[in-house]
Design a protein around this ligand. Structure first.
Ligand code: NAG
Ligand code: NAG
Ligand code: NAG
Ligand code: NAG
Ligand code: NAG
Ligand code: NAG
Ligand code: NAG
Ligand code: NAG
Ligand code: NAG
Ligand code: NAG
Ligand code: NAG
Ligand code: NAG
Length: 626
């Protein structure tokens, strides 16, 4: 398939034009010869190689059988088995690689084209979350086999950050093609891929899903923040392409949702999840920190969208988050601020008994480098009641106020030193070959869990670029479209119905999937559950697991979005092949137990092809008598 050949020609032109075209910003501010800078430069090079070695099509012996452009999470196949490709990790990784291309590494064009084809194919793969046609629900599937086939095991699905992050990755590439006057090629090969994902975001942002750690079912800050960025970036890109992005008009509602729901005012931090099944957790989490570095825009003010790195709420969250690990991990030796420490995902983490994660520790540094740049650009450091405690760690006698000149410079210097501290905390625990695993043992600092984790490497590269004062091209966080504010009362559970408009991107190598005639079924089940319990649907068609009475086939959790105090209504809205009779049953997840409802298998008749009808079941969970 030569469909992307025109892009190869374009990127060759980019190479011919010199390593870094004049209009692409490449700034190098900190090229110190100190020991830390030397380490960062070496580890940065190792990390780019480490990422590429985990991607199919690079002739890498580490990931045999992976399709070209498929990002393998880690070569580890046992304890744990991470030999899969996740939409989120892949998109974050390729956003980094696309930025590396923009910084001048044109050798990456081939792998970026491989990723393009791989994602065009994956968009069309029917999976346990659904399918591309007609309702796009399959785009929310979090992971696939590395040969780009569906994974049917039980998993936390859907995960709604994936489509947003993938759209962001491909939108990040737009300036490169615009620079080469290849707008038409962008319109042909990339915009349709992006639009499928933006349609998904506009349609489903207001429905719950699993968070980036794949454990919590609810609404995650990281997910919504990235979805908001994707819709705004999409609206601005559509203008440049003289086209429209109707689902992008949802953006102000996402901002409203973010601003109204996630700030924990008594604790003074942004909480990771709301409407969740994890009520015993504090909500202190790397999630908002990772969100902030993802939506970072070097040209934005601290209050743009409210969640830029230099925003007071983000800095306050940074303090609460980092402090939660000081006395938790023995390796941190109860170090107090302004000493940096190793940080993990969230303090209540029990995965491998709970340990520091390199990628979270690098993020803690990266968000500070970003914030220092943004504050320095505005020329004034504003310290308010929200951020005061954060700044007092760096400047003990500081008070609420606006600072310029030497005071500002001195505090920013201390902030940069603090950021460097996070890297210094990691450095002694890396093996001599620079390989970065998923975790460090909380007591010994030894590498733990998946080795050579792709996301660990990618997070080092972005952190190193920001440390050097090298920033991605602005995506528009400063633009009025990104800042359309509403009052909490105006927030609405809105949605843009894209059903019927999702389209396989055949130009990129996607199969022209048969548009199976489907009709809509809403499975609705009243079940009074206890906190921590979930209700799943199991049925004898593939989308519902495929086999009744088999716990290994349970793949479809119901949504909690319709539950009220007097109406415990769980539901899922799904499209199934028209005209058939489906047998189904509900199953209660209680910890690690599955409790099947008693009584006979239920049946529903899916409306006939073209009838335009939908069926809504009205079931009540038949609890086994105790
Ligand atoms: C894809 O990989 C999975 C897991 O290794 C394997 O079970 C499956 O047979 C492969 N499918 C194809 C079409 O190669
Ligand atoms: C793109 O078009 C502009 C205006 O026609 C021209 O000045 C510029 O050289 C072109 N750039 C490339 C890379 O062809
Ligand atoms: C969009 O339209 C404007 C005005 O008609 C034109 O100048 C511009 O070249 C068009 N851009 C693209 C990408 O077609
Ligand atoms: C660190 O603090 C914890 C409690 O917060 C305490 O149990 C532990 O003894 C302290 N460790 C050291 C080395 O001081
Ligand atoms: C971390 O290291 C300690 C000390 O060797 C060991 O007891 C513990 O089991 C390790 N933790 C994990 C999760 O492997
Ligand atoms: C702050 O901005 C000034 C002027 O643009 C620049 O010289 C300086 O390096 C910047 N400092 C930091 C810490 O970014
Ligand atoms: C920066 O931190 C040092 C201590 O490491 C402190 O002496 C100094 O006053 C701080 N700078 C400012 C501006 O507060
Ligand atoms: C903070 O204030 C105390 C008491 O006034 C003083 O002793 C100390 O030197 C001050 N510290 C800094 C960093 O200015
Ligand atoms: C800091 O500056 C902002 C913007 O000019 C202003 O609104 C705020 O009141 C100032 N804060 C203090 C404490 O002076
Ligand atoms: C969305 O649009 C499709 C196709 O027009 C329609 O069948 C479906 O009922 C609509 N769904 C909602 C929730 O409005
Ligand atoms: C895909 O298949 C449909 C139905 O066979 C056809 O109408 C359409 O033109 C095809 N699309 C492409 C891009 O080949
Ligand atoms: C699924 O179960 C229903 C009810 O028992 C039955 O009518 C239908 O034929 C079954 N479908 C398949 C594909 O086995």
């Amino acid at each position: 398939m030569l469909s992307l050949a025109i892009l190869t020609a374009s990127f060759l032109a980019l190479a011919g034009a010199g390593a870094s075209p004049a209009s692409l910003p490449v700034v190098a501010k900190r090229q110190g010869a100190d020991a830390l800078s030397t380490f960062v430069a070496q580890e940065q090079a190792i990390s780019v190689k480490g990422v590429l070695a985990n991607i199919g099509g690079q002739n890498s012996s580490l990931v045999p059988g992976a399709h070209p452009g498929a990002v393998v999470a880690s070569p580890s196949t046992v304890n744990p088995n991470y030999f899969y490709t996740w939409t989120r990790d892949s998109a974050l990784t390729y956003t980094m690689l696309i930025d590396e291309l923009l910084f001048g590494d044109v050798s990456l064009r081939k792998t970026i084209e491989d990723y393009t084809t791989a994602q065009a194919i994956l968009q069309t793969v029917t999976n346990p979350s659904g399918s591309l046609w007609p309702a796009g629900d399959g785009l929310g599937e979090p992971k696939f086999y590395t040969n780009l086939t569906r994974y049917d095991g039980t998993w936390g699905r859907p995960q709604r950050d994936g489509p947003a992050l993938r759209a962001i990755a491909f939108m990040t590439l737009a300036p490169a093609l615009f620079n080469l006057n290849e707008t038409a090629a962008y319109m042909q090969f990339y915009w349709p891929l992006v639009l499928n994902d933006l349609r998904y975001v506009g349609q489903y942002w207001n429905q719950s899903g699993y968070d980036l750690w794949e454990e919590v079912h609810g609404s995650s800050f990281f997910t919504i923040a990235n979805q908001h960025k994707a819709l705004v970036q999409g609206a601005l890109l559509a203008q440049k392409l003289n086209t429209t992005c109707k689902p992008c008009a949802q953006a102000p509602q996402l901002l409203c949702f973010l601003q109204s729901n996630f700030w924990n005012s008594s604790g003074g931090y942004l909480t990771a999840n709301i409407n969740s099944n994890q009520v015993t957790r504090s909500g202190i989490n790397a999630d908002p920190i990772l969100a902030s570095i993802s939506v970072f825009d070097a040209n934005a003010s601290c209050n743009a969208g409210d969640f830029q790195p230099c925003n007071s709420k983000v800095l306050a969250t940074h303090k609460v988050f980092v402090d939660s690990f000081r006395n938790l991990y023995p390796i941190n030796k109860n170090a107090t601020a302004p000493n940096a420490v190793l940080v993990g995902r969230y303090p209540e983490d029990t995965y491998y008994n709970g340990n520091p994660w390199p990628l979270c520790t690098f993020a803690a540094a990266e968000v500070l480098y970003d914030a220092v740049h943004q504050i320095n650009q505005t020329g004034t450091l504003t310290i308010d009641k929200t951020s005061l405690a954060f700044f007092q760690d760096l400047s003990p006698n500081i008070t609420v106020g606006n600072y310029t000149g030497a005071t500002m410079t001195g505090i920013l210097k201390n902030m940069t030193t603090y950021a460097d501290g996070f890297i210094s905390a990691v450095q002694p625990h890396l093996p001599s070959n620079g390989s970065i695993s998923e975790q460090f043992n909380a007591t010994t600092g030894e590498s733990l869990s998946a080795s050579k984790l792709t996301w660990s490497f990618a997070s080092f590269v972005t952190m190193a670029r920001r440390r050097a004062g090298e920033y991605p091209i602005s995506w528009g966080a400063w633009h009025p479209l990104a800042n359309t504010k509403m009052t909490a009362g105006q927030c609405k559970a809105s949605s843009y119905n894209s059903t019927g408009s999702y389209t396989p991107v055949v130009a990129d190598g996607a199969p022209n999937i048969t548009k199976i005639c489907s009709s809509e079924v809403i499975f609705s089940c009243n079940a009074s559950t206890e906190f921590g319990q979930n209700v799943f649907l199991l049925g004898n068609v593939t989308k519902l697991g495929g086999q009744l009475n088999n716990t290994d086939k349970i793949i479809l959790p119901l949504n909690t979005g319709n539950i009220t105090s007097d109406n415990p209504q769980w539901y899922v809205d799904i499209w199934l092949a028209a005209g058939q009779t489906v047998g189904y049953q509900y199953v209660l997840q209680n910890g690690s137990d599955w409790v099947f409802e008693r009584g006979p298998v239920r049946t529903v008749k899916v409306p006939a092809c073209g009838s335009g009808k939908l069926v809504r079941t009205s079931d009540s969970f038949r609890f086994p008598s105790s």
